[in-house]
Write a protein that binds this ligand. Structure first.
Ligand code: A3P
Length: 287
């Protein structure tokens, strides 16, 4: 594991040192996955925090206590981050866990387990916009430069957790069978009720109509923005400057149209299409 500046190099992937350490990555490798663990896996800026809000109540009969009293990073910890060794072993089952890892970097116990995975994909053009603003507001990631420069880094995988296309493809592994459910950020935006109903069905859980309504209402962008357990307002300003850009920034689909010139759009689309060629993965935004 190489170590330079703001990032660690882990199997060729840049990980921010602020949240990853040699210890946390060792913990990840030897982590004992339980069959009733539920993972929300995302490429960064695709809806991870949203899933940290959704999963705990879905797994606990609609109880909102955890999302109202425990910060998102402790109630549904990142498997690879420094909070994992501190909180994960004590977390009551069924555990909600999030991860940005590529499939092949999951711990060996994961592959032998029956743990379920919800993989959230977001239009990469909106991922990059969200990431660009995130890089501007935090002190623990490199300055993004211009949007064009940042796009080049994104396309060549020179950002944390590598290439979007590699991440997305890695999780389309037939070995996972029906352990994995795929959903898009855009589907969640369009109809959160339906998205949560599908997640409940996949997880083999039920909620009363009233409980589901409550969870949906709690997980709207507006309500999450005012939940200090989820809006990152507890993070010191020298790490995350919410005055530059809020962590829960816009929460919409299509903001890329305000950032991409027609030329940049054409270049971006061509690279992504080339890298997705030969797969049968189709997204609503490709139509
Ligand atoms: P924007 O920057 O486009 O607003 P992650 O948690 O993976 O880092 O992703 C962050 C993105 O998800 C941010 O996107 C954030 O606003 C958005 N997000 C989080 N909760 C959301 C919600 N309830 N509804 C819509 N978007 C949400």
């Amino acid at each position: 594991m190489a170590d330079s500046g703001l990032y660690l190099d882990y199997h060729g992937f840049m990980l921010p040192k602020v949240a990853h350490s040699e210890e946390s990555l060792k913990y990840l490798q030897s982590f004992q996955v339980k069959d009733d663990d539920v993972f929300a896996v995302t490429y960064p800026k695709s809806g991870t925090t949203w899933m940290q809000e959704i999963l705990p109540p879905l797994l606990n009969g609609g109880d909102l206590t955890a999302v109202e009293t425990i910060p998102n990073w402790d109630r549904a910890p990142w498997l690879e981050e420094t909070r994992a060794p501190v909180v994960l072993d004590k977390l009551p089952s069924p555990r909600a866990i999030v991860s940005h890892m590529h499939y092949h970097l999951m711990p060996s116990s994961f592959f032998k387990s029956k743990a379920k995975i919800i993989y959230v994909t977001r239009n990469p053009k909106d991922v990059i916009v969200s990431s660009f603003h995130f890089h501007k507001m935090v002190s623990f990631l490199e300055d993004p430069g211009t949007f064009e420069e940042f796009t080049d880094k994104f396309l060549s995988g020179k950002l944390v957790f590598g290439k979007w296309t590699d991440h997305v493809k890695s999780w389309r592994n037939p070995e996972l069978g029906d352990r994995i459910m795929f959903i898009t950020y855009e589907e969640m935006l369009q109809d959160l009720h339906d998205a949560l109903r599908r997640m409940l069905g996949f997880l083999g859980r039920e909620l009363s109509a009233e409980a589901l309504d409550r969870v949906v209402d709690h997980c709207t962008f507006k309500n999450m923005k005012s939940n200090k357990m989820s809006n990152y307002s507890m993070v010191p300003q020298n790490y995350m400057d919410n005055k530059k850009s809020a962590f829960l920034r816009k929460g919409v689909a299509g903001d890329w149209k305000n950032h991409f010139s027609p030329e940049l759009d054409a270049k971006f689309t061509a690279v992504i299409q080339e890298e997705m060629k030969g797969t049968n993965i189709r997204f609503p935004w490709d139509e």
